[in-house]
Design a protein around this ligand. Structure first.
Ligand code: HCA
Ligand code: CU
Length: 395
C-alpha cells in the first residue's frame, strides 16, 4: 500500500543545512523551496526557528508563501522550542528526541522515563494550542535504541494524538531487513503515519527508505543530492530512481521529473560541490552505454539495459564508441548520424580499425569520425563543423 501512497518530506532546508558546505541565504532558501514545490514534493522541512534570528524569519516567510507543499519545521523536545515554532505559522512541527543510551547519556542527560515524560508534556501542550497542527514525534538514533524503549515512548505519545511517528537512522547503521522489522512492528501498533529518516554512512539510505515503505511507512525524508550531516541522507534523486523503477506511471504522475536536473545543479552550485559522475539519474554517466553488446541492444530497444527512461527526466542517453570494446552496430549508427554511407562490411572494417587504434592509444570521437570519412567511397575530408557526439534517442 505504502509503495503507492508515500509522501516525500524534503529536508534540504533542514538536514541539508547541516551539510558542511551549506550556508543558504534567505534568497537561496526561497529558490530551493520554490523549486521543490514545482517538482511536487508533498512536504518541505525547515531548520528550527531557534537556530538563528534569520532562520526564524525565513520560516515565517516560507510558511506564508502559499506553496502547495506543506511547510514543516523541526525542533527539539522543549516547550520553548515548541512556542517559537508555533509563532512561525508552519503547518506542521517535527519533534525529535534521542532515545539511544549514547544520546540520552552523552547529549541529553536523561533517563528513558524522563524522555517519555518530556515528550508527552511538550506534545500535549502543542496539541492543546492547535488541534489542526500536523504533529510528528521522532526518536533520534532509533536503531541503537532498545526496541522496548521505542515502543514505550511511541505508545505514550500515541495517546496524545500525534499525526506521524518518525524512525531515524541517525548514524546510518540500519540495514533494509532491520528497517522492515521495526517499521512493520510499529505499523501493527499505531494508526498514525510513519516516517523514515535514514543516513547514508554505510550506503543503505535508499534501500532502507524503500524497505521502510514496504514495511508500512508512509513518509520518506530526502535532501537534494543527499546533503546533510557527514555524508548525508537518502537523496531525492536516488529515491525517485528507486520508486520509478518500481512504478514509473505513478512517479511520472506524482512529480515533475524534468525539474530534477536543475534542482541537483542548483543545490550543487550553492553548496560548492559537483554532481558525482555516478549520481542517480543526473550523474554524467547515468545513461551512457559503452560495450558493443550493450550498444547494439540499446539501439534496438533501450529497455534491454535501462530501467529508467532518460527522456522522462529530460536527459539524453549516450553511446560511447571510441574505444576497444566498441561494436559495429554502434559505429554504423554514428556513420548514419554523419551521413556517411558505408556497407555493413565496410563498417565492420572500420570497427576493426578503431579497436586496433584503441589498443595503441587513447582515442576520441573525432578519431572515429575521421576514420568513417576516410572509409567513405570516395574518401571525404572531415567537415570543419562537428556533428554532436552520438546522442542516441533510440527507437
Ligand atoms: C538531527 C538528527 C536527525 C533527526 C531526524 C528526525 C537524525 O536533528 O540532526 O527528526 O527524525 O538523523 O536523527 O536528523
Ligand atoms: Cu538526520
Amino acid at each position: 500500500m505504502s509503495l503507492e501512497q508515500f509522501s516525500i518530506i524534503e529536508s534540504t532546508l533542514r538536514e541539508g543545512e547541516q551539510f558542511v558546505g551549506a550556508n543558504f541565504t534567505s534568497d537561496d532558501k526561497l529558490r530551493i523551496a520554490d523549486a521543490l514545490d514545482e517538482f511536487g514534493v508533498e512536504y518541505i522541512e525547515l531548520t528550527s526557528p531557534l537556530a538563528s534570528p534569520q532562520s526564524f524569519e525565513d520560516c515565517k516567510t516560507i510558511a506564508r508563501r502559499g506553496l502547495k507543499s506543506k511547510i514543516l519545521t523541526h525542533i527539539r523536545c522543549h516547550l520553548d522550542d515548541a512556542k517559537k515554532a508555533l509563532e512561525t505559522g508552519v503547518q506542521g512541527i517535527d519533534l525529535v528526541i534521542g532515545t539511544s543510551s549514547y544520546l540520552r547519556e552523552f547529549s541529553l542527560g536523561l533517563a528513558m522515563e524522563q524522555v517519555i515524560d518530556r515528550s508527552v508534556e511538550v506534545l500535549t501542550w502543542l496539541r492543546a494550542q492547535s488541534p489542526d497542527l500536523i504533529l510528528r514525534f521522532s526518536t533520534e538514533d532509533s536503531f541503537r535504541s532498545e526496541e522496548a524503549d521505542l515502543f514505550r515512548v511511541y505508545l505514550a505519545v500515541d495517546r496524545v494524538g500525534v499525526n506521524r511517528f518518525g524512525i531515524a537512522d541517525t548514524v546510518g547503521v540500519a540495514t533494509p531487513m532491520r528497517v522492515y522489522r521495526l517499521v512493520s512492528g510499529l505499523r501493527r501498533m499505531v494508526k498514525a503515519d510513519i516516517e523514515f529518516h535514514g543516513h547514508n554512512d554505510s550506503g543503505c539510505a535508499i534501500a532502507n527508505a524503500f524497505s521502510a515503505l514496504e514495511g508500512g511507512a508512509t513518509h520518506i525524508d530526502t535532501s537534494i543530492l543527499g546533503i546533510g550531516e557527514r555524508n548525508g541522507i537518502t537523496p531525492l534523486g536516488g529515491l525517485i530512481a528507486r520508486m520509478y523503477a518500481t512504478n514509473p506511471a505513478l512517479i511520472k504522475k506524482k512529480y515533475r521529473l524534468k525539474k530534477l536536473r536543475k534542482l541537483d545543479e542548483m543545490v550543487a552550485t550553492m553548496v560548492g560541490v559537483g554532481i558525482p559522475f555516478n549520481n542517480y539519474i543526473t550523474g554524467v554517466t547515468a545513461f551512457t552505454h559503452k560495450a558493443g553488446i550493450h550498444s547494439k541492444a540499446i539501439l534496438n530497444n533501450p529497455e534491454t539495459y535501462e530501467i529508467l527512461n532518460p527522456r522522462d527526466f529530460g536527459i539524453t542517453r549516450y553511446i560511447s564508441i571510441a574505444h576497444k570494446l566498441t561494436g559495429w552496430n554502434a559505429v554504423k549508427d554514428r556513420a548514419e548520424q554523419l551521413g556517411v554511407g558505408l556497407t555493413d562490411d565496410q563498417i565492420k572494417d572500420v570497427t576493426a580499425h578503431i579497436k586496433a587504434l584503441a589498443d595503441q592509444k587513447r582515442i576520441d570521437i573525432n578519431d572515429v569520425d575521421e576514420l568513417l570519412f576516410r572509409w567513405a567511397d570516395p574518401p571525404t575530408e572531415m567537415p570543419d563543423e562537428k556533428v554532436a557526439p552520438a546522442n542516441v534517442n533510440a527507437k
